[in-house]
Every structure is written in structure tokens, then in C-alpha cells.
Ligand binder design. Sequence first.
Ligand code: CP
Ligand code: NVA
Length: 305
Amino acid sequence: MKRDFLSIADWSSKELKKILDLSADMKARPSRYKNSLSGKSVALIFEKQSLRTHVTFDVGIYQLGGHSVYLTQSDINLGKRESIYDVSKNLERWMDAVVVRTYAHQSCVDMGRYMKIPVVNALTDYEHPCQAVGDFLTAAEHLGNLKRKKFVFVGDGNNVCNSLMLMAAKIGMNFVATTPEGYEPPSEVVRISRKEAKATGASVELVHDPAEGVRDADVIYTDVWVSMGQENEKEEKLKAFQGFQVNRQLMKQAKKSAIFMHCLPAHRGEEVTDDVIDSKQSVVWDEAENRLHSQKAIVYTLIKG
Ligand code: CP
Ligand code: NVA
């Protein structure tokens, strides 16, 4: 049966660990997988902008010997020129998998439902599962065994935070979402994460005080305050997130050995200062690199798995 990669919640701890191990192996021994997707074609559909996700899927599929077709809204105008159902029914006749970035999470879920081929969530308003895989590969490279280590997300309880929280719970890391009131992650994602955390012996906490949240952290992670599609909420969000900037002072509350992470793009001077993102503690370029290795592992698992 075909599998989709729409949410971290859909994949077991064991399966996610396998994808993380495969990502590490693909990074260490790329030539081993060189022609593994030979003759395979993957559509990359993007309703919104992207640097990392677009480039790393495109290059990653090429490195595995496959072919990708990049489609933006000006090409297919998903759901407007043609319904999501009709687009899906066409694509499954030509392609071996579809990677899709949409505004509404439901659009991505619907494509998975309509097609006989695997669908990968390349970021929706609800989750960014590919980011979480790359980030846990990066965290493990820097911290070794992640079990019981403290992962603190500071910022908006949104798509990136949701996938990281689910992943932390499944891998057994203690997770703290530090957000302003009213910007906590959705209760359903918290509920699922807490259930998963019980099984791995980890914890999931919601905190509103940044200094308290980051105390003794092993990882401090942030994301933009205004996500794509939320531009009309900019003024109100910039106000609500005052005090949630990751700066030197906040980093001092974490462990000395703590790493700083950011999915990027960063709005320097808003959610993070230059002296943090450019510091020795920052691993943001490793994260960006690891999107390549982990996305190869995701596509490989879905097509060959
Ligand atoms: N982190 C990330 O997904 O970056 P892009 O939006 O540039 O793809
Ligand atoms: N939360 C951000 C992440 C970008 C990778 C957004 O949705 O725009």
C-alpha cells in the first residue's frame, strides 16, 4: 500500500528512526544510492515561495537518478484553473510521487486521498514534517543521543513547531513550546504529542515566559513570527511576540553547550539577532544542508520502501 508523508503523527517512532538513519547513511555514502530512483519522476508543486525545500528536493531527486518537474501557481493555479481532484487524477498517471506545498493542510491531505502515488507535505499551515526530519538529523549530529535532552521552541506555535513537537515526542526528547498567550500550538497536536511522549518517557510542556522556557535547554529553536500567508496579521503579531526574540541574553539561560536552530528564512532583528544566528552555537547552515539528505531519504522510502 502506498504511504504519504503528510504528518509526523502518521509515522511510528521506529519508522522515523529508520528515515533518520537512512538520511545519515545517504549523507555519508551518497554514491550507494546514486541510481536508486532511475526512471522515476516526481512533481514539486508549490503554492507559496521556497528556497530550501524547492532546491533540496530538486537536487536530491537528481542525485538519486530521478527527474523532477517544478510547478508553481502561475503554471497550474491549483484548485482554481482546475480542481485539486482533477490535477491529482492527471498527475498520478505520469508521476511516481508528488511533493506539495499548500496554504491549507486539507489540500495536501486531499491530494493524498485522491492519488495512488505517494504525496509529501512540503509545508502547509499545519505542519512541516520534512523540516523536522532534517532538524533531528542535525540535532543528533551535534548532541549525540537525543533521549531526554531538552528541545525548546520559542515563537509561534505554528506549522514548524507542530512537526518538531510531534517528532520530539516520538524520539523521546523533552519538548517545551514557549509562545505568547494565544499563540500556543493547536490542542490536538499537543494531545497527540503528549500521548506519544508517554510511550517514549518524554515530556511536552507549554510555557509563556521565554526565560523560564529556555532554562537549561540543549536546543533553542525559533521560526519567523509572521508566516507565509499571515502578512495581514503582521502588525498584531510583531506586538504579541515582543520579548520572544532569541538574543544573547536569552541564550545565556540555556546550557553552555546548547545549539541554536532556525528553519530559515530568518527575519534577522525580529525573532533572532545577528549575534545569535551567526554565533558558534548556531547550526542553521547544517540544518539547511541536511534538508537535502533527509529529503532524499523521505522520497526514497516512499517510492522504494
Ligand atoms: N525552511 C524552509 O522550508 O525553507 P523554504 O521555505 O525556503 O523552503
Ligand atoms: N512558519 C514559516 C516556515 C517557513 C519555512 C512559514 O510557514 O512561513
